[in-house]
Design a protein around this ligand. Sequence first.
Ligand code: SF4
Length: 222
Amino acid sequence: MSDEPHPPVPGRPGGPAELGLTPAHPRLAADCGSCFALCCVAPGFAASADFPISKAAGTPCRHLSARLDCSVHDELRPRGFRGCAVFDCFGAGQQVSQVTFAGRDWRTHPGDAPRMFAAFAVLRTLHESLHHLGEARALLTADHPDADHPDAARRVTGRPPVDPAVSATLLAELDATRAATVALTGADADTLLAADLPAHRRAAGSAGAAAGRSWCWPSCSR
Ligand code: SF4
């Protein structure tokens, strides 16, 4: 991978600082205008209840325009693209596009494309994990809107409220897992691609479950 900086492609504003993307604060909401349409290229999908057509991984969807817009965006569900309608990259797209690969577009840097697409899958897992860890943390702290209600934890998680002493331990575990995950999201492509994702999933899943928040991996089949 070349370290040569690449100017932003028109319509895809670049620069981590301009986008508010910093290694310490990855953004977990998708910003499609700062991504090179990775979700429409990197994953493959098979004709099914969620997709009317099949697409091989690493190839642009037939409905992706030259401007990297979806030409059927307003008709996804009527056309049978439910999988696209429900997909959420949790901000991994702009992270790969603008941070990991510093504004390089897979179209102008085809040699980077396979690693870019692979990094997208890794970062989506990490960003989804951060999303869930944040929700788990909110259950244990005043961040949660129901935190003052004595039955908040039971109503949200189906479990009894967490003892404050236990809660402090769980928070420490959550925060350590979150810090390690955040650090990894800012890593270079080689580090990301070498990451032990199963181990990460186990650690994040364990921390979340202990706090009363469990989730499955991946949350989306696409
Ligand atoms: S249908 Fe649209 S949103 Fe779905 S993969 Fe194709 S271009 Fe992307």
